[in-house]
Ligand binder design. Structure first.
Ligand SMILES: [Zn+2]
Ligand SMILES: [Zn+2]
Length: 143
C-alpha cells in the first residue's frame, strides 16, 4: 500500500489527516518492513520534538483496525508493524533482527488436505502464516 491508499482508507472511515498522522504513514511507507512503535516515534521525533509515544500508539492502533497494517510478533512482547500489500494474498519470511520480509510464492493451505477442515464444517475466511528467522544479511553480520 502507498501513502495515498492509506490516506484514502482513513478518509473513508471519517478520520482526519493530521500532520502527525501523515508523518507516521510516511515512515511506514519508507521503511516497508516490520518496525516497532518506538522505531516510528524515534524517526519522527527528530522533526516533531513534541510528538508523544501515546500519539504514535493511538495512530498505529487506528491503522491496524482499518486493516492497513500487518502486525508481527518477534517474541519480545513488542508488536511490529508494516503496511499490508495491496489485495495480494502472500505469506512471508520475516527476519527477527532487521524486520525485513521476503514474499513466499506458495500458500501452505494449498498443500494441506482441506477435507480435514471441511469435516469440521468450518468455512475459512482468512488465515495467517508467517515464518520467522534471520535473513542472509543479518546472519552475515554475525559471522
Ligand atoms: Zn535481517
Ligand atoms: Zn495463504
Amino acid at each position: 500500500m502507498d501513502a495515498r491508499e492509506v490516506i484514502n482508507r482513513l478518509k473513508e472511515h471519517g478520520y482526519k489527516i493530521t500532520p502527525q498522522r501523515q508523518e507516521i504513514i510516511n515512515v511506514l511507507v519508507q521503511e516497508n518492513r516490520h518496525i516497532t512503535v518506538e522505531d516510528i516515534h524515534s524517526k519522527i521525533s527528530r522533526r516533531y520534538a513534541n510528538l508523544s509515544m501515546d500519539t504514535v500508539y493511538r495512530n498505529v492502533g487506528v491503522l491496524e483496525r482499518l486493516n492497513v497494517l500487518s502486525r508481527a510478533d518477534f517474541g519480545d512482547g513488542k508488536g511490529r508493524y508494516k503496511l499490508v500489500d495491496r489485495e495480494r494474498h502472500r505469506h512471508h519470511l520475516i527476519c527477527l533482527k532487521c524486520g525485513c520480509s521476503l514474499e513466499m510464492d506458495f500458500c501452505p493451505l494449498d498443500h494441506i488436505d482441506r477435507r480435514e477442515i471441511s469435516d469440521k464444517n468450518f468455512h475459512i475466511i482468512r488465515h495467517n502464516f508467517e515464518i520467522y528467522g534471520y535473513c542472509a544479511a543479518c546472519r552475515g553480520r554475525e559471522g
